[in-house]
Design a protein. Structure first.
Length: 485
């Protein structure tokens, strides 16, 4: 009598993820769904910088600032503020009651929301069977990870079939302006302020600098934005950047263009920022938003043979592989595109590829991005500058939101919709949305770019009346006529 012997079970793949940000925790969830034994090593808290010190807290602060901006428009909408006459004020001027901000309460809420989001992520990973280790990790070759735990217990060595590095990035600082967490600040330190800066100097006019400069202006601070370039947001759509700069100035912000900061020092009353040309700008606080550096130091990457770029980022391909077999990387540490959504995509792709699932290489074509200023600026697809640089024949149309009936009802004056389409086929190549909740309004245009829809297809799709999205269809209709010409 023959007795069959069951084949031995194949042991689960051992996955170690270094860094619990969006790239790390999304990869962990994919790994568990594919049957791997997954361990996440995180030094600070689940969610990483995106949740604890970057995206979640900054956008929470900005959401509060947005309410202040809305409240400032109350009189023009016919809403009477206590002690504020709607008309007929003495001297023919309309006095306005300025809402005051309790920054300590705001920051308490900001940090509480970040902590709650981190706790939610941890709970989700634990429910899925992911092992979580709090500590600092380094590679000991391509298949071992050594963890220095924060609880004082001896180092832990983890064997790994797959390693994913997702350690993010940290704010770049200047040797001549070392942050002290009190007067000279990075964006991770703003949430410890208890009182509103009387005069905040923001150094850097990229996305982070513009977001915080706009938010603190709305919160009631006197803000000076120091930009080394000719305009704010130098890497963004020129029309959008110019509109935002005009709005900033209208709201009382001082914008110092072509002014490079050389250093900063504390004074008895605040700070002094010295510019490269010798000028000195005085303020109560200074925020340096001059970019970030990848968190790759001390991870044992080079010793494991992992190739880094000249900027210190981990070099990866379209499925997040490094040059070392079994070692992957995702997120800001790779320098591909500093967006939480892209980090999550990279993490999911890496884990699926490593564990043998079918994957499509990373494509940034349909990735939309948003700048959370007021108004917001959302973009997707190719920019006008890139289309021009590549010699693509395209048509462009733009309409201001001020013409939109829904915008008029809401008192919205600043913003526009712009669409770029291929001159021959009408395929949507890119788009820019500037206005309230642009981060939501960009979605139909993201679908159009991702699935190569034409402006005719956009124009033929019914929109709600009245709605902001009506202007998207209107811009598409204009492009149809231009293409026919």
């Amino acid at each position: 009598m023959l007795v069959s012997t069951p084949a031995p079970e194949t042991p689960a793949a051992r996955v170690v993820i270094v860094g619990g940000g969006p790239g790390g925790y999304e990869a962990a969830l994919v790994g568990r769904r594919l049957g791997a034994d997954v361990t996440v090593v995180e030094a600070a808290g689940l969610g990483g910088a995106a949740v604890l010190t970057d995206v979640v807290p900054s956008k929470t602060l900005i959401a509060t600032a947005e309410w202040m901006t809305i409240a400032d428009r109350a009189p023009e909408l016919g809403i009477r503020l206590d002690g504020t006459p709607l008309s007929g004020a003495v001297g023919g001027t309309l006095e306005q009651l300025r809402h005051r901000i309790d920054l300590a309460a705001v920051n308490t809420r900001v940090k509480a929301l970040a902590a709650a989001q981190s706790a939610d992520i941890r709970a989700r990973l634990e429910r899925e069977g992911v092992t979580i280790v709090i500590g600092r990790a380094r590679l000991d070759g391509p298949s071992k990870v050594v963890v220095t735990r924060q609880d004082g217990v001896d180092d832990l060595t983890l064997d790994a079939d797959v390693v994913l590095v997702s350690t993010g990035a940290t704010p770049r600082t200047l040797d001549t302006a070392r942050p002290d967490g009190e007067r000279i600040l990075t964006w991770t330190q703003l949430y410890d302020l208890d009182t509103l800066p009387t005069r905040l100097i923001v150094v850097g006019s990229g996305v982070t600098g513009a977001e915080f400069a706009g938010a603190y202006t709305s919160l009631g601070a006197d803000v000076v934005l120091v930009s080394s370039r000719e305009r704010v947001l130098p890497g963004e759509d020129a029309d959008a950047a110019q509109l935002l700069e005009d709005v900033f100035k209208t709201r009382g912000m001082t914008v110092m263009s072509q002014s490079r900061a050389a250093g900063a020092r504390r004074t008895a009353q605040g700070v002094e920022v010295t510019l490269a040309d010798g000028r000195v700008v005085e303020g109560s606080h200074v925020l340096f938003a001059v970019g970030s550096i990848p968190t790759t130091a001390g991870l044992g990457l080079e010793e494991a043979g992992v190739r880094l770029t000249a900027s210190g980022h981990i070099e990866v391909d379209k499925v997040s592989r490094t040059n070392v077999r079994g070692v992957y990387a995702a997120g800001d540490v790779t320098g591909v595109l500093p967006l939480a959504s892209v980090a999550a995509m990279q993490g999911r792709l890496a884990m699926a590829h490593a564990l043998g699932d079918a994957v499509k290489p990373l494509s940034l074509r349909g990735v939309s991005a948003n700048i959370f200023t007021s108004p917001e600026i959302a973009t997707v697809g190719s920019s006008e500058a890139r289309l021009t640089e590549q010699g693509v024949k395209y048509s462009v149309s733009m309409l201001p939101l001020a013409r939109n009936p829904r915008a008029k009802m809401l008192g919205v004056r600043d913003g526009f919709i712009k669409i770029f389409a291929h001159a021959g086929t009408g395929t949507v190549l890119g788009a820019v949305v500037v206005g309230p909740r642009a981060s939501e309004s960009i979605y139909p245009l993201t679908l159009a770019v991702t699935h190569r829809l034409t402006t005719d297809q956009l124009a033929e799709t019914a929109t709600v009346y009245p709605s902001m999205s009506g202007t998207i269809a209107e811009v598409a209709r204009i492009l149809h006529h231009r293409i026919d010409d």
